[in-house]
Structures are given as structure tokens and as C-alpha cells.
Design a binder for this molecule. Structure first.
Ligand code: PLP
Length: 394
């Protein structure tokens, strides 16, 4: 507002709306909770367009852009985009990069809702789909078709914690002029940067280990400028973006991602070894275990550890499993993962609830299988707590 004085009803809308004085470099970034940005006139608007400045929140927001910059650095890519969820990143990338008549070759053991998206939504757009076991590179090679445009997998599968050889799968994709898209949610860029292994797009549900505080839902993808631009153009139309506050929360969480995730990786190794040594536990699924089917591959592929997720099998006894869950003082059941506190999930009752029993058995998912997302607790406390809860099986 200039010198002109208006009535109170008008002034109340304008007074104090713009920051005065030197406030350009706050210690933490400000939150841009605004739907739009003002310009002076049409020439000013053009100059904003020229520098890819900010006009409307759905197209660009400073908190999203700075978060994207951080993720681009961590994932070692050219460009990133932030989404309203991990599913937003997954669905938008598939819809942007696949056309009617294209074939998507997907791993068969993905996050349940990614499977639903591929199996139920993509065929409606005339996209052909095939699921194969991506831990078997020959099966992947044999399933490629002339119209295969994308291979899709996760670094580590849920809930059996198997590991995919990203480098080999990337070679298969590129030998057939297809793209490789990898979901890095379970491992994060602390452990592996899929783009460095040949993937074209790396996807992260930031809701999980990346933000790590279980207080924000968001997703991201990273890749080459060209691919990311293609996906961004569709994202603007689909509107799968987040507001400045959520982006701000995630960047705050991610400042400590490496510290948290490193502790989670170390704790996971320790808990996996302790459970493996416990006679009440039937089997532990974690790449740190020497008998894990991809133990050697994981050692060669991953840095700083393996994965903050593990699963383990208890006897198929509902009453005792309930008692075990109630007896635990640290880990509680939560329909998420990657938070700073250890949490449990029961695949038969959640992620694989709708899968027929016979198929679940084939995948190795027994009633006694419990998935654990490891937190940053003292590992000795965690191990002691799991041990005393397992006493219900004595
Ligand atoms: N990818 C993986 C591996 C996941 O586990 C999840 C959710 O649990 C997602 C993607 C989806 O993330 P969001 O819940 O942020 O959409």
C-alpha cells in the first residue's frame, strides 16, 4: 500500500502484508503458505515467466522447489519433483511416460497399492502389463516385449526384504530401449542412489524414512531434466502437489535423514542378528543375514548398511502373536514405516490382506510373519524388549 489512506475495512487486508527490513536470510527457510504471488504489471509477469519464478502454487512453490533441490543432490540426479504422496509420484510418472499400446514390465512383489495401480488403472488406458520376479534377471529378460517401454521395481521388496540387482535390470531395460523406474523408499539415498546404478527415475515416498517423523505425507521423483519435465507437465494438470508447509516439514525432517537412517540401518542389523539367534523365531528376512538369498548382492550394491526394514516369522498362532504385540513396550503397530520409532506391520492383515492364502503362502507370507520398521532407539533396549515379548512363545 502506498501513501493513499483507505478505510479500515480495506487497510486490514493490506497492512503488514509485506516483510520490511532485512529478512532475506533467516536461519531456517520461511514457509510460503500462499496460493499465488503478486506481480507489478504485465511486463513484470513476463519477467517472472522468463526466470521460471513463482506465480501460482500448483505450478511452483519455493518450499517444494528447495526440497526438490535437496533431493536432487541426495539422489545425484539432474532434477526432482515433489508430489502429494509416494503414490502421486508413482502414478504420475507411469501416466506421463507410458502411452496406449505400451507394455510395462513390473516386479511382482511391489508395495500393494502400486500393484493395484498397475493391475487396475493402467489397463484402462490400454497399457499392457506383466508381473515377473525381478530377483530373477532371466525371467525379466524373457518377459520383455517389443513394446516394453518401462521396467518398474523397488530396491527392496515388502515384506520378504529381497533385493533387486538394479544394474543388471537397467542393462536389460536399456538394451530394449525401455526406461527403468526404481522405488527407493525402503533404502533411501543413504544406501543406494538408483540413478548411479543405471535407473532412469528414482522414486521416494518421503512419508517414510526420508522425512522420518511420521507427520507428513509426500513423495518425490528424480531423473534427467528431460524426463522430469515430461512428468512435471502432467503433474501440473493432475494437481498432485503439496502445500508449502508440508514441503517445509519434509525438508526439516530430511536435514537429519542421514543421521537417523544410519542409526536405523545399524539397529536393523543388530535386531536381525538377535532375532536370528532366538530359538522362538522361525526365520528372519534381512539382507544382513548370511543366508539371505541376496546377501552378497546387497553387500556389493548397498552402502552404509542394508535396510531399516526386516521381517521375521513366528509360529502361526494368532493368540500368541496378539500377546507378543501387547507385551512389546517399544514397537507398536502402525500402518506406516520409516519413522524414528520402531513399528510393526502384519502383512497378512494389511499389505497382503486381499491376496488369496495360497498365493500368499507361495510368496512365503505366513500368518506368523511380522514386518518391523526399525527406529532410532537404543539397540540394546530394542533387542531386550523383543526378547521379553517373545517369551509368550515359551
Ligand atoms: N512405495 C513404497 C515402497 C511404500 O512402502 C509406500 C507406502 O507405504 C509407497 C510407495 C507409497 O507412499 P505414500 O504412502 O507416501 O503414497
Amino acid at each position: 500500500m502506498g501513501e493513499t489512506k483507505f478505510s479500515r475495512a480495506t487497510e486490514i487486508l493490506y497492512q503488514g502484508a509485506y516483510v520490511k527490513g532485512r529478512a532475506e536470510r533467516p536461519e531456517t527457510p520461511p514457509i510460503y503458505l500462499t496460493t499465488a504471488f503478486n506481480v507489478e504489471d504485465l511486463d513484470d509477469l513476463l519477467s517472472v515467466y522468463e526466470v521460471q519464478g513463482y506465480t501460482y502454487n500448483r505450478t511452483r512453490n519455493p518450499n517444494r522447489n528447495t526440497l526438490a533441490e535437496l533431493i536432487t543432490y541426495l539422489e545425484n540426479g539432474e532434477e526432482s519433483i515433489i508430489f502429494s504422496s509416494g503414490m502421486g509420484a508413482i502414478s504420475t510418472s507411469m501416466l506421463a511416460l507410458l502411452d496406449t499400446g505400451d507394455h510395462l514390465l513390473s516386479d511382482g512383489t511391489l508395495y500393494g497399492e502400486t500393484i493395484d495401480l498397475i493391475a487396475k488403472v493402467l489397463p484402462k488406458y490400454g497399457i499392457e502389463i506383466t508381473f515377473v520376479d525381478f530377483t530373477d534377471p532371466d525371467a525379466v529378460k524373457n518377459a520383455v516385449k517389443p513394446n516394453t517401454k518401462m521396467l518398474y521395481t523397488e530396491t527392496v521388496s515388502n515384506p520378504m526384504i529381497t533385493v533387486v540387482d538394479i544394474e543388471t535390470v537397467a542393462e536389460i531395460a536399456h538394451a530394449n530401449n525401455a526406461l527403468l523406474v526404481v522405488d527407493n523408499t525402503f533404502t533411501t539415498s543413504r544406501v543406494i542412489r538408483p540413478l548411479e546404478k543405471g535407473a532412469d527415475i528414482s522414486i521416494n515416498s518421503l512419508t517414510k524414512f526420508a522425512n522420518g517423523h511420521s507427520d507428513a505425507v509426500a513423495g518425490a521423483l528424480t531423473g534427467s531434466r528431460e524426463l522430469v519435465k515430461k512428468i512435471y507437465d502432467l503433474q501440473v494438470l493432475l494437481g498432485s502437489t503439496i502445500d508449502g508447509f508440508t514441503a517445509w516439514l519434509v525438508q526439516r525432517g530430511m536435514r537429519t535423514m542421514d543421521l537417523r537412517v544410519q542409526k536405523q540401518l545399524d539397529n536393523a542389523n543388530k535386531l536381525a542378528q538377535a532375532l536370528e539367534a532366538d530359538p522362538r523365531v522361525i526365520k528372519v528376512h534381512h539382507p544382513s543375514i548370511a543366508t539371505h538369498p541376496q546377501h552378497e548382492l546387497a553387500k556389493q550394491l548397498f552402502e552404509n548398511g542394508y535396510c531399516g526394514m526386516l521381517s521375521f516369522e513366528m509360529p502361526d498362532d494368532r493368540t500368541k502373536i496378539n500377546a507378543f504385540m501387547r507385551k512389546l513396550n517399544t514397537a507398536h503397530y502402525a500402518m506406516t514405516l520409516g519413522g524414528y520409532r520402531t513399528s510393526l506391520s502384519h502383512p497378512v492383515s494389511s499389505s497382503h490382506y486381499s491376496i488369496p492364502e495360497a498365493e500368499r503362502q507361495k510368496m512365503g507370507i505366513t500368518f506368523g510373519l511380522m514386518r518391523v520398521s526399525i527406529g532410532i532407539e537404543d539397540p540394546d533396549d530394542l533387542i531386550a524388549d523383543f526378547r521379553q515379548a517373545l517369551d509368550v512363545f515359551d
